[in-house]
Design a protein around this ligand. Sequence first.
Ligand SMILES: Cc1cc2nc3c(=O)[nH]c(=O)nc-3n(C[C@H](O)[C@H](O)[C@H](O)COP(=O)(O)OP(=O)(O)OC[C@H]3O[C@@H](n4cnc5c(N)ncnc54)[C@H](O)[C@@H]3O)c2cc1C
Length: 460
Amino acid sequence: MSTEPYPNEPAAALSEAEQVPLWLDDPGRPAPRPSFNGELSADLVVVGGGFTGLWTALRAKERDPDRDVLLLEGDRLAEHASGRNGGFCSASLTHGEANGRERWPEEYETLHRLGRRNLDEIAETVERYGIECDFTRGGALIVATHAHEIAGLKPDSPGFLDREAVRRLVDSPTYLAGRLEDDTALVNPARLAWELARVAEGLGVRIAERTPVVRMDDRGDAVELHTPQARVRARQVVLATNAFTSLLGMRKYSVVPVYDYVLATQPLTPAQLQSIGWEQPFGISDCGNQFHYYRRTPDNRILWGGYDAIYHYGRSIKPEHEHRPSTYHLLARHFYETFPQLSGIGFTHRWAGVIDTSTRFCAFYGLARKGRVAYTAGFTGLGVGASRFAADVMLDLLSGESTDLTRLRMVRQKGIPFPPEPLTWTGIQLTRWSMAREDRTGRRNLWLRTLDRLGLGFDS
Ligand SMILES: Cc1cc2nc3c(=O)[nH]c(=O)nc-3n(C[C@H](O)[C@H](O)[C@H](O)COP(=O)(O)OP(=O)(O)OC[C@H]3O[C@@H](n4cnc5c(N)ncnc54)[C@H](O)[C@@H]3O)c2cc1C
């Protein structure tokens, strides 16, 4: 092992990092449930066993205990975004206030209230069922690391932290200002998902893993789902398949899969923790277009992710994309720039996950197949909390009734799709280049201003 401090040698700092998501590297990970074989039927079939599918199955049973609910997961529960994320469970349903106010100014206050209620109800669910997932309502600290970002933190309003105040909370030489917000909880996401499955099964949901749905056919008053070994007849279906190929062909262009990369350090010693002064249980993110998000874990590691969101040509999703040394090195270098006090600490885990980026940066919802199939996707990197709200929206849509949720303009309005290749790839590269430039200079170029006018963009 090198005797140099790691900032000069990110490769050495990463040399012992395993390519595995920290949260899934857990001896408590439940064994996969068996797949289904033969012919089955159910009132409601949920496709996808991440947060969206699990919340849908659970909420369906809470709302109507007599409903027969089946969940089909093609891989393993929480194997993808839901088991790989930062665990920031935000109240925001709109990927932040600015995006929500810009798109739905007339109903933003309602969306804000519904988002806070959703977060409260997640906390109540955790409490009610004794869900063990280290759920902590510690808030989020947003930090400015460039002078031009300070204005966005609203220096004249309560809650603003100047340089000294923010560095008293967490000591990084890169911080220029901050704002502490109380609308976020931190959670161990994989455990939350596994526990949601346990609770759902307790309420009677049947769950199969390694059971991919490969086709969906209309059959009169039902929908027939095909898996390699089973045929499932469903009165209603919820598609909770995130960035993966939609079973509804036309939805193909609604999202693009974007890879987000993450590192986790060794557990910090008490002296290392003291050197950065990070005592309170909030998560942190910086406020550039290309932003980092980071948090402490219960065993005092720092999970450090974001910044270099990568789209692969042709909407490609492949395990190979998770190996990206240049991005891991970049993340490691940024970590040591942020916390030079931790120059001797190494990383134990590195991983990547797929984000379902939509042009509106937050989920869209809808019905297909004569109202029998509900779908959602497009959470764009902020779906840990919003997935539960999406579950209720889809169940309301399937009920056929007009409800407070189905009447929302955010729910009724469809997102603008991405174009076919090579336009998507070219557009995203140009947008990323422009955003990186804005992060450095504080200036929004003509391309970004044009996208703003069209209500389009790229985010993670
Ligand atoms: C690295 C990373 C960090 C993130 N950090 C945060 C964060 O801190 N806070 C936050 O709010 N959000 C974050 N997100 C986003 C968040 O994780 C997602 O929005 C959320 O987990 C989406 O849940 P989901 O159930 O919709 O998707 P997923 O968890 O991807 O689940 C979809 C499931 O559907 C299954 N599936 C797909 N097709 C089929 C099929 N045909 N048949 C059967 N099964 C199928 C897949 O196998 C998968 O398990 C992050 C995402 C990533 C990747």
